[in-house]
Design a protein around this ligand. Sequence first.
Ligand code: LLP
Length: 417
Amino acid sequence: MPYSYKDGILHVDEVPLEDIASRFGTPVFVYSWSDIKTIYERMQSRLQDARGQIYYAVKANSNLSVIHRLAELGAGFDIVSGGELERVLMAGGAPEKTLFSGVGKTQAEISLAIKLGIKAFSVESESELQRIQSVAKNLAIRANLVLRVNPDIPIESHPYITTGLKENKFGMPLKQVERLYQEFGSDPWLNICGLSSHLGSQISSVEPYLIALENLLQLKARLSSKGFAVEMLDLGGGFGITYSEETPFEFGSFIERAFKLLKDEDIEIGIEPGRSLVAESGTLLTRVEYLKPAVEKDYKNFVVVDAAMNDLIRPPLYSAYHQIDPVVQQASQDEAREWDVVGPVCETGDFLGKGRRLCLEEGSLLAIRDAGAYAFTMSSNYNSRMRCPEVLVEGNQISLIRERESFQDLVQNERIV
Ligand code: LLP
């Protein structure tokens, strides 16, 4: 575990969080590289027997250092925009290990990705397939792609982060994929090499994945019988973590069960984990500005901290729970009360946690946990707040991997006319 109390002080690896706060100020994101590396290596070792490759979903945490270090470990990348593609390149990731997903790929993005020779586009619609075909033809470079199936399989997660249902904009029905594979399978400018599916995010149960895999294998069999090769199956990401009470499935047992279904197949397997690789490594470290305890009946106790919804939007957006720990361990719970932890942004939706039992004073440091994924990458400048710095820790080594934004950063692209 990357976070633990030593002598009553919360540490990340060997570093007291107090040291990070005093050196870089608050609010600040902290990540444990040791944790990301351990999880990555554990996953990769499970995939080793098969032709399995991890394509890290860059959207979860796209800091250049995180991408760079994962690339050094051999990771491929799942990207969803030209910006993410540029990040992967800049950080030393390999285009030939990069998958490009997303329903709205622009002509320019497609063109850049083809020129760079990416591993494959994960194609989400017939129109997109036609566009890729025409860009490839104009460039006279063959494009690699997999077709994304929307298998209509329910998962238990927040409705905003399910992707594999009929009502979701992602992928295509099995029948359509089957038709397109055949129609475009012999196109000289398209190398259709496989199938993909991604069911959603923060999934705790393994069953939906196995059902999706069975669907893909049946489709593969039908296509093979007609002479179309399916060389790769991309099973997507979405592996859940424990924010509160969730008990996610064990990655190893998922792979074991999946490989049982795959035992007679000579096929490459891709997975696209984002959250499960980076979430628990991260903390949003924040300091208490004001205590605003209830002074009359039915009012609530508020603690106003210096982080806000612009830094971590998951609680208001998805009703997400993030554990909030005091950095200085509390000896007794006698003084504790239930606080709503809120930020300075002028919105009622600006909360980080509600009803948290804590013993607090002004200046106390709090660690908002599991903030390594979909936290900084979803942050904004709302209320003209500067985005946080990011700090990477490994053992006792501390590196600033993104500086705190300045007011100049905030306004540099604006003009007064
Ligand atoms: N592959 C594709 C095609 C995806 O769309 C995603 C995530 C992933 C892989 C990685 O999923 P993961 O392993 O991280 O669950 N902002 C939301 C999560 C949105 C996920 C979007 N797609 C949150 O904060 O919970």
